[in-house]
Design a protein around this ligand. Structure first.
Ligand SMILES: C[S@@+](CC[C@H](N)C(=O)[O-])C[C@H]1O[C@@H](n2cnc3c(N)ncnc32)[C@H](O)[C@@H]1O
Length: 471
């Protein structure tokens, strides 16, 4: 058998996908993106919806690039860089907190940027320390250094615009993720075996970090008890929607789904980011209900009103372990988005059972939105990128392609966010993202079954779950 060069195969995948990507740019009359300017590119606008074939071309190109990087870089340099990579993550949180994006937007010449002394004065920080962070972040692609000591915005830094989803992901989610995950090695090697092996939500890395016996989530939890934390976490969670809301909004046939329903109900919907994204994407859908704990009401009301959607998106207090207020009161599309992954199979089944009660004897439906974790298997065979893109031509709906040779089953970055969130879940609540098999186990416990799973142009899947008549 002929020996296949991994580098050549990946390079072919890369050039094929870049060609498709560039063709799509031309079709949509966009110029090529550039790393040499402070101007945002239209495809980076959060409201821009990437056409299915272009999304897939980008996903594949990035995956091929990552694999090529792994083949080419020195493993020794990689481990040294990984050992100190926390600096980039904390740097992102810092620049979001300091509002560096806004300082750079105020530059008289945005292409030139702002001198570090001026940035430091405006943000009341030490200029040498801040310069260290901005230079590191410029090196990692988050800003540009246009001449020594001058920093300017670029494509990535625009995602940190104050008040945007990306801003809250960087500012708030990094706080929870890094503090919890930072304690995970200690929790997983804890001298007390009953703590080390515990799957209980009150014996977690977060409990070690926060010095609390309360679980992170729930109606009597650290988030609920500590003033301001539920709001801060809600904004951070909403922020993570930057990498999933568009896919959920445009890859599910919402308008068809609501035809014979009274509303879309987002159970545990937090501040209402997803409902607002759906409302903006589908003006013909008139009624959305965000259900969550009372402490979330204020932040949800503020967010919904900031989007001008108070007439269509309502907040309703609902503990999802208790009978649902909407039971027997109509037909709904219920959603559980990034909820079940916070809970064990047994607790998850209790949440599902409450919605099952609403599904029985009605036209209501239930959609579960979470990443579905896949193994990171890489095979040396598979359809070529060319064959896969040819099959996608003219396809209006998003259908993920099969991985070409040497591309991991989960396509690297797209699968990585789910795996990263998984570690955050282990740290904060001893819970896990699910595989298809473990999702099925929990759903069965609730007397339900998976009807189908839709992949989206984002890091989550949407599974429709129905009452199992055989149970
Ligand atoms: C991981 S967040 C997900 C929020 C939102 N669905 C999203 O995708 O951004 C979990 C949500 O569950 C809510 N929650 C936790 N326990 C709850 C309970 N017992 N009843 C209702 N909501 C609850 C929290 O307030 C929080 O908004």
């Amino acid at each position: 058998m002929a020996v296949v060069s991994e580098i050549s195969s990946l390079l072919e995948t890369l050039t094929t996908s870049i060609d498709v990507f560039k063709t799509e740019l031309v079709k949509q009359s966009f110029i090529e993106p550039s790393l040499m300017t402070s101007r945002p590119h239209p495809i980076d606008d959060p409201t821009y919806v990437t056409p299915p074939i272009m999304y897939e071309a980008r996903r594949l190109a990035v995956s091929a690039l990552e694999r090529l990087k792994l083949l080419l870089e020195s493993p020794s340099e990689a481990v040294a860089s990984a050992a100190v990579s926390v600096a980039e993550i904390q740097g992102l949180r810092l620049v979001a907190e300091l509002g560096i994006h806004e300082v750079l937007e105020d530059a008289s010449n945005q292409e030139e940027g702002v001198y570090i002394q001026v940035i430091a004065e405006k943000t009341k920080t030490d200029s040498l320390k801040l310069e260290g962070f901005l230079r590191l972040l410029a090196n990692a692609g988050w800003f540009r250094e246009t001449r020594p000591g001058y920093f300017a915005n670029n494509r990535r830094s625009h995602t940190l615009k104050a008040g945007s989803k990306g801003y809250y992901a960087a500012k708030n989610m990094i706080y929870y993720q890094s503090n919890g995950v930072g304690k995970l090695p200690e929790a997983m090697t804890h001298p007390d075996e009953s703590f080390r092996m515990s799957r209980s939500p009150d014996k977690t890395a977060w409990n070690l970090y926060a010095g609390t016996d309360l679980p992170f989530f729930g109606s009597n939890s650290w988030l609920q008890q500590k003033p301001g934390e539920a709001q801060k976490f809600g904004l951070g969670m909403g922020g993570m929607g930057v990498a999933s809301d568009n896919g959920v909004a445009f890859d599910i046939p919402w308008v068809d789904l609501v035809k014979d329903k009274d509303a879309i109900v987002d159970v545990g919907g937090g501040q209402g980011t997803l409902c607002c994204a759906l409302a903006a994407a589908h003006p013909e859908i008139k009624q959305f209900i965000v259900q969550d704990l009372p402490v979330t009401r204020e932040v949800a009301a503020k967010y919904i009103s900031s989007k001008g959607l108070t007439d269509r998106v309502k907040f309703e207090e609902q503990n999802f372990f208790e009978p649902n207020k909407l039971k027997g009161k109509g037909n709904y599309v219920f959603m559980l988005t990034k909820i079940l992954h916070d809970w064990s199979d047994e607790e998850g089944a209790k949440i599902l059972s409450r919605i099952r009660e609403c599904l029985e004897d009605s036209k209501s439906q239930l959609l579960i939105t979470d990443p579905i974790i896949r193994p990171v298997i890489v095979k040396g065979e598979g359809p070529s990128a060319k064959e896969s893109f040819a099959a996608l031509e003219g396809q209006p709906r998003y259908v993920p392609i099969e991985p070409p040779p040497f591309i991991p089953e989960d396509f690297g970055m797209a699968g990585r966010i789910g795996n990263q969130v998984n570690i955050g879940l282990i740290a904060s609540c001893n819970a896990f993202e699910r595989t298809y098999a473990s999702l099925e186990t929990m759903v069965r416990l609730a007397g339900m079954r998976i009807k189908g799973v839709t992949a989206t142009r984002g890091y989550v899947h949407v599974a429709e779950v129905e009452v199992d008549p055989g149970v």
